[in-house]
Ligand binder design. Structure first.
Ligand code: CTP
Length: 131
């Protein structure tokens, strides 16, 4: 049993998110996803996500490729989350390349290429400019 773990905000859920999660799941036998809390996003970006955390988590949890979700409350707790969920593989998009290599002492670390031309930030900007 190889459990995979990944983290993200998954705000205004889009096909790039879906592809990342499907590919992460295909690297193992089960996928657990840490969905960052509204408070964590506010601390990081100075604004709340468009979708509140319970909705972002519900969408991710409903996906066929996802087995479990939890609140990612702090960026500093990744090591604890990996150990708690007994994950053997950490998958992240390659916008994070190299940033999580420090965890290679407790699990495998894999960066997958991002899906080109789509991001939550770009979607929000497009919606705002079309309005
Ligand atoms: N992701 C991806 N391809 C995209 C967008 C995101 O593979 N086109 C991946 C990210 O690399 C990350 C996960 O999806 O591993 C969650 O990304 P998140 O930061 O929540 O979404 P973004 O669309 O990147 O949001 P933003 O534009 O606010 O950075």
């Amino acid at each position: 049993m190889k459990r995979v773990i990944t983290f993200g905000t998954y705000d205004v859920f889009h096909a790039g998110h879906l592809r990342l999660l499907e590919r992460a799941r295909s690297e193992g036998d089960g996928l657990v996803v840490g969905v960052s809390t509204d408070a964590l996003n506010f601390a990081k970006k100075g604004r709340n996500p468009i979708y509140p955390e319970h909705e972002r988590k519900a969408i991710v949890a409903a996906l066929r490729c996802v087995d479990d979700v939890f609140d990612e409350q702090s960026l500093e707790l990744k090591r604890e989350y990996i150990l708690h969920y007994d994950a053997q593989l950490l998958v992240m998009g390659d916008d994070w390349s190299g940033r999580f290599d420090e965890f290679s002492d407790i699990c495998e670390v894999l960066y997958l290429p991002r899906t080109p031309s789509i991001s939550t930030t770009a979607l929000i900007e497009k919606i705002q400019s079309d309005a």
